[in-house]
Design a protein around this ligand. Structure first.
Ligand code: GLC
Length: 537
């Protein structure tokens, strides 16, 4: 792997949400020793790298996305020595560790912020973004919803500071070169410790201009990323992925320019934003418009081919479970989980699997008081105040709460799914006796074995890494089908998105091809509920 600086183009990356993965000391929270104890499971799956959601020291108002010390591990997760051991144990298994870098903001408990708010002439004051009160402006203003961005008054300095997410996450002032240098030094410190890459939290916010009401894609954004890349990302084999909700194929070509001037790739969210009511926000649910989805995926596949690089994902710690979202979490859970996997893994880009996705884990139904996530709790309060019924609020939370992805990993049918011997910080999904890793590893026909085989196929067939993409049956309302083609070979993927049997318009074409993987045992001329097939010639 070391010889190939672009190893990540053939790789599959697995995301771990540490507090929910594996607890080793019965405190109810997952931790780094717990992760180490599960590395062999990940090796069996066949992944190449682990993206770890934040493990740095944090008061955990936003589960670690509020960092109070970038160069230490939160005691909840272990120690720096545990982290070093994770890096070396993973390396022994040819697995790299990718850290989550939260560079847009710190915690309000970060020493930089504690200094910054002492006085206006403190050397750290300019590490954050401040403004004076307008004449007559109230300074006891209400606190904005998560992600809406607002200003918060600090009596010590008689100024407001800017925050994009929660009030406990003051935004760093990226126009200050000292801030940027301090962050680059920190990144290099982690690379020196053996980290193999970074995921950059809300990277499209770094160039914000709050005084001009520009939150994302600010005029200096790409200059900052280029500068950071030159200062901290030019190490052979280092992989970087930016989270960029605002990205489009044009900006993604800059972010993932093959000349290496910015990042390896970005997470784009165009497909993720399709299933909501027009004009609504993510809590206003709608069914997935399949034709739009096909169009979006096709556009991204084709636009970046040869001049950028895609990431391929459905789930992460902020999103609901895909089988509950676009598949069927009931009768066809196994079939639809595999269908969605086959669809994604035939595309060009680097696939990401979020913990439990490889088991077909589903959303959870919590009571309104049981939600833990700060964003969900803010939504509940805001919608209650606006007069929404509890029933409709619950429907939104079931469908979209970030807690859906954050319930503990389901390892076995032991108490608490084998996640902890203590009391888990968030309820375990009650379907764990049926859906768990022990029941699926080495079990032919399981969702896990399907992911394992897809990972193997990606390594074996170069057309999956490099072939060009063409959409088939564009107008079809039920089927997502495409080909990947290079000089010598062709891959054809066909997926039925419906829970009923339908005609297979491509059956003649498939006769001369070999089936690499499918989600039904016996072949058929029709497409059965959620049937998916990958063919090759
Ligand atoms: C990103 C993270 C999310 C976090 C937010 C603020 O969107 O993925 O979990 O709350 O940034 O850091």
């Amino acid at each position: 792997m070391e010889q190939n600086p672009n190893w990540w183009k053939q790789a599959v990356i697995y995301q771990i949400y540490p507090r929910s993965f594996q607890d080793s000391n019965a405190d109810g929270y997952g931790d780094i020793p717990g992760i180490i104890s599960r590395l062999d499971y990940l090796k069996t799956l066949g992944i190449d790298a682990i993206w770890l959601s934040p493990v740095c020291r944090s008061p955990q108002y936003d589960n670690g996305y509020d960092v109070s010390d970038y160069q230490d591990i939160d005691p909840m997760f272990g120690t720096l020595e545990d982290m070093d051991r994770l890096i070396s144990e993973a390396k022994k298994r040819d697995i790299r560790i990718i850290l989550d870098l939260v560079l847009n903001h710190t915690s309000h408990e970060h020493p930089w912020f504690l200094e910054a708010k002492k006085s206006r002439d403190n050397p750290y004051h300019d590490f954050y973004i401040w403004r004076d009160a307008e004449p007559g402006e109230r300074t006891d203003g209400s606190i904005a919803d998560f992600g809406d961005g607002s200003w918060q008054w600090v009596p010590e300095v008689e100024q407001f500071y800017y925050y994009q997410f929660s009030v406990w996450q003051p935004d760093l002032n990226w126009s200050n070169p000292k801030v940027r240098q301090a962050l680059y030094d920190m990144i290099n410190w982690w690379s020196d410790r053996g980290v193999g890459g970074f995921r950059l939290d809300v990277v499209d916010h770094l160039g914000k201009e709050p005084f001009q009401h520009i939150k994302v894609d600010g005029p200096k954004l790409h200059d900052y990323i280029k500068e950071m890349s030159a200062a901290a990302f030019r190490r052979p084999g280092l992989v970087t992925v930016g989270e960029a909700w605002s990205s489009n194929p044009t900006s993604a070509k800059l972010y993932s320019n093959p000349d290496g001037s910015e990042l390896s790739m970005v997470f784009q969210f165009e497909h993720i934003l399709l299933d909501k009511q027009p004009g609504g926000d993510k809590w206003d649910l709608a069914a997935l418009p399949l034709r739009k989805f096909k169009d979006v995926m096709c556009r991204w596949q084709q636009s970046l081919h040869g001049c950028g690089w895609n990431s391929l994902f459905y789930e992460n710690h902020d999103l609901p479970r895909i089988v509950s979202r676009w598949g069927d979490e009931g009768k066809y859970r196994v079939e639809s989980a595999k269908m969605l996997a086959i669809l994604l893994f035939g595309m060009e880009g680097t696939p990401y699997i979020y913990q439990g996705q490889e088991l077909g884990m589903t959303n959870i139904h919590l009571g309104l008081e049981e939600y833990n996530d700060i964003e969900t709790r803010n939504m509940i309060a805001a919608r209650r105040a606006a007069g929404y019924s509890d029933e409709s609020i619950l429907r939104s939370a079931y469908g979209r709460s970030r807690d859906n992805a954050r319930t503990p990993m389901q390892w076995s049918d032991a108490p608490n799914a084998g996640f902890t011997e203590g009391t888990p910080w968030l309820k375990v999904n009650e379907n764990y006796p049926e859906i768990n890793a022990e029941k699926q590893v080495d079990q032919p026909g399981s969702v896990f074995e399907c992911y394992r085989e897809l990972i193997r196929l990606r390594r074996e067939y170069p057309v999956i890494t490099g072939g060009s993409f063409d959409l088939l049956l564009e107008e079809d309302e039920d089927i997502f089908a495409y080909t990947r083609t290079d000089g010598a070979h062709k891959l054809l993927v066909i997926c039925n998105f419906r829970d009923r049997e339908i005609e297979n318009p491509l059956k003649e074409q498939l006769r001369n091809m070999t089936c690499l993987i499918s989600n039904y045992d016996m072949p058929s001329d029709t497409l059965r509920p959620y049937e998916a097939m990958m063919y090759y010639q």
